[in-house]
Design a protein around this ligand. Structure first.
Ligand SMILES: Cc1cc2nc3c(=O)[nH]c(=O)nc-3n(C[C@H](O)[C@H](O)[C@H](O)COP(=O)(O)OP(=O)(O)OC[C@H]3O[C@@H](n4cnc5c(N)ncnc54)[C@H](O)[C@@H]3O)c2cc1C
Length: 359
């Protein structure tokens, strides 16, 4: 361990789109800050996603503050383009990012916060946690009943059909990932999709316009998490551009909720069962804030906050799912929350006189 550095005005934990959007604001405010990113390069969240992934948000809704997304309006960029955009964004604004810097501890101190990585300790007056809405892959415990000869992958590990041996595949999970992976696999093998909950589906384009054109114009991207509609919307994922009928046309067979797995046999809620050789678990993620040792911030696994501002002075979150609106965890909309958090943070710094004077 090296000696702690001077206290930063702000440390941002996580260099994904949320962390970089925050950094853009901090740079404009002349704050002394650093972004600590666990991975060896920026954009890695997107690098890791499956190869054929295309955004469901068109290019005009994929930009972070201050820099348009370099793709024509109405096109749907692939994941490499997003990763490249994030890397280019940090370079263009000369954002101070430290790579290979996973924060493993966050504590409060008399003057702010202490953050630890394997290499060193950082001190900061304020901290923004932007570690992403998708952290630890969740696989239902019943998966443990499957025989070791069954290939099992979480959707976060799935890259392409080549990852599975030849033969039929079962995809579990009826969200966007489950639908998209099942559709892709159906091009090379028989596929079944097991769905526990049915979600509403919206087409990617309506009357010649992209869905997000409509959602924005109708004010639906501004519906807040605490409104009556927002509370309803956030309990259910919405399928975008996928439909049951579309998958059926591609040959995907639908099955109800998976209720049991033993050896190479799985059983569904309707009492039917089948043998499986490969299962893709598109069953979501859970948060991991075990590294945050600050009382009053995480209760029952959930962050306690008002639009990213916690009850602990100087501690903020950014990029949470439905942090404020549906757009809070989307590329082109996180900017609003970033501006809100940055404004709060600057006010706090001003009030305590803790802003480092700039040369
Ligand atoms: C399959 C899929 C498709 C999607 N498609 C779209 C789309 O079409 N359009 C759209 O707008 N959004 C889309 N999203 C949603 C959203 O844009 C992403 O989830 C986005 O990656 C969230 O950005 P983030 O910065 O909040 O988190 P992340 O991208 O997850 O970034 C968090 C960063 O924090 C780092 N980190 C984590 N823990 C630590 C730690 N302890 N210390 C230091 N660093 C840490 C991680 O390495 C990571 O780089 C999609 C999501 C998925 C899963």
């Amino acid at each position: 361990m090296t000696a702690p550095v001077e206290p930063y005005d702000v440390v941002v934990v996580g260099g994904g789109q949320a962390g970089l959007a925050a950094a853009w604001h901090l740079r404009r405010q002349g704050m002394r800050f650093v972004v600590l990113e666990a991975a060896e390069q920026l954009g890695h969240t997107w690098d890791r996603r499956w190869e054929s992934l295309r955004l469901f948000t068109p290019a005009e809704h994929d930009a972070l503050p201050g820099r348009p997304f370099p793709a024509p309006t109405g096109t749907y960029p692939g994941k490499e383009a997003v990763a490249e955009y994030l890397r280019g964004y940090a370079t263009a604004f000369d954002l101070p990012v430290e790579l290979n810097a996973r924060v493993t501890g966050l504590q409060r101190t008399d003057s702010g916060f202490r953050l630890s990585t394997a290499e060193r300790t950082y001190t900061a007056r304020q901290v923004i946690v932007a570690t992403g809405p998708f952290q630890t892959p969740f696989v239902p415990p019943l998966a443990a009943g499957l025989d070791g000869s069954v290939i099992q992958l979480h959707s976060g590990e799935y890259r392409s059909p080549a990852a599975l041996s030849d033969g039929a595949a079962l995809v579990v999970g009826g969200g966007n990932s489950g639908f998209q992976i099942a559709l892709e696999l159906a091009g090379t093998r028989p596929v079944e999709l097991s769905i526990g909950s049915t979600y509403p589906a919206l087409p990617q384009r309506l009357l010649g316009r992209d869905l997000f054109w409509w959602l924005t114009r109708l004010g639906l991207m501004r519906v807040t998490a605490d409104s009556r509609l927002g509370r309803r919307l956030q309990t259910r994922e919405t399928l975008i551009g996928s439909s049951r009928r579309g998958l059926q046309r591609a040959g995907v067979r639908f099955r109800p909720r998976l209720v049991d797995a033993a050896g190479r046999t799985v059983r569904f809620a309707d009492g039917t069962s089948r043998e499986v050789g490969a299962v893709v678990w598109a069953t979501g993620y859970r948060s991991d804030y075990t590294w945050i040792d600050v009382p009053g911030v995480v209760r029952d696994g959930r962050v306690v906050h008002a639009r990213g501002v916690t009850e602990v002075p100087g501690l903020y979150f950014l990029g949470l799912s439905w942090q404020h609106t549906r757009g809070s965890a989307l590329l082109g909309f996180v900017a609003d929350d970033a501006a809100h958090v940055a404004a709060h943070l600057v006010r706090t710094a001003g009030a305590t006189g803790a802003l480092t004077p700039q040369p």
